[in-house]
Design a protein around this ligand. Structure first.
Ligand code: AMP
Length: 283
């Protein structure tokens, strides 16, 4: 049986745990998560292990990236299962701070990302989100000082925002994006999929099917606007409430009118009942 990773919950304990890695010159990779781990998170851990001798997984449901009407208090927290999963995955260290450790009463500094963070996608529907993400990720980076940090392409705008932040702040680490892990029927794995009823779960994979079909048509040369119009109607008819379906420049997330103008990413967010799903695909 693999031995359990060291679990630390305070910054001094984290320092004591990572300092030997730094001093030994061992490469360290960080996988930030909110727990409720699934195969998507494990793909990040696998790539982390490929790149670095030491792997730290953070589990922190970050209150500042949830709006008051969102699911912070009900977000799944199966910590025992998560530790068992990370034991099997042979990670070295689990960093699991409380909100009070991350944000003591005196806390007064916030990172306010622009650029991709203001692209009019997730930020339009969750205006608080990227400020919360950038601030907590900056803290995780400085707390652990990793050589690599692994993020999923599933949260594509987040990946672009975090990559830009690391560059802008000259943080000495490499941010790596990992392709989305999916169920057999195409639904992107997400900790929030447990909220779907059986009927909703049956319909949910349509989102990816529509994205794939749209990407294929755009690749073949069809005009982006009409392709997305049809895709939006298909998503509506399936019973989703669509927040957005957009074609954007894959790096800047700026609107893009034609394949000539650069690599394209299609990004979608839609609610199925109470559950908000996001997905994206390269063209
Ligand atoms: P979360 O716990 O939802 O905050 O996700 C933690 C990390 O796992 C983020 O970098 C996500 O993009 C990534 N992630 C979540 N779902 C998937 C997935 N289906 N495939 C790959 N990465 C994922």
């Amino acid at each position: 049986m693999a031995s359990r990773p060291t679990i630390v919950t305070t910054v001094p304990a984290l320092r004591r745990a990572v300092e030997p890695f730094w001093h030994a010159g061992e490469r360290l990779a960080l996988v930030p998560t909110m727990g409720a781990l699934h195969r998507g998170h494990l793909a990040l851990v696998r790539e982390a292990k490929r790149r670095a001798k030491r792997v730290v997984v953070s589990i922190f449901v970050n209150p500042t990236q949830f709006a008051p009407n969102e699911d912070f208090s009900s977000y799944p927290r199966p910590i025992k299962n998560d530790i068992a999963t990370l034991t099997d995955a042979k990670v070295d260290l689990v960093w699991a701070p409380s909100p009070e450790v991350m944000y003591p009463d005196s806390f007064a500094t916030k990172i306010e990302p622009a650029g991709a963070a203001k692209a009019g996608l997730e930020d339009k529907f969750r205006p608080h989100f990227f400020g919360g993400v950038a601030t907590v990720v900056a803290k995780l980076f400085t707390q652990t000082a990793p050589d690599f940090a692994l993020f999923g392409q599933k949260d594509y705008q987040q990946l672009r925002v975090v990559t830009q932040m690391a560059k802008d702040l000259d943080l000495p680490l490499k941010v790596i994006g990992i392709p989305t892990v999916r169920e057999k029927d195409g639904l992107a794995l997400s900790s929030r999929n447990v909220y779907l009823s059986a009927a909703e779960r049956n319909v949910a994979p349509l989102l990816y099917r529509v994205l794939k079909a749209a990407a294929t048509r755009i690749k073949k040369g069809d005009a982006i606007g009409p392709v997305l119009d049809v895709a939006r109607i298909e998503i509506d008819l399936a019973g989703f409430s669509l927040d957005y379906l957009e074609a954007r420049h894959a790096l800047t997330l700026a609107p893009i009118a034609s394949r000539k103008d650069g690599p394209i990413r299609l990004l979608v967010a839609a609610k199925m009942g109470k559950t908000r799903l996001i997905d994206n695909i390269g063209v």
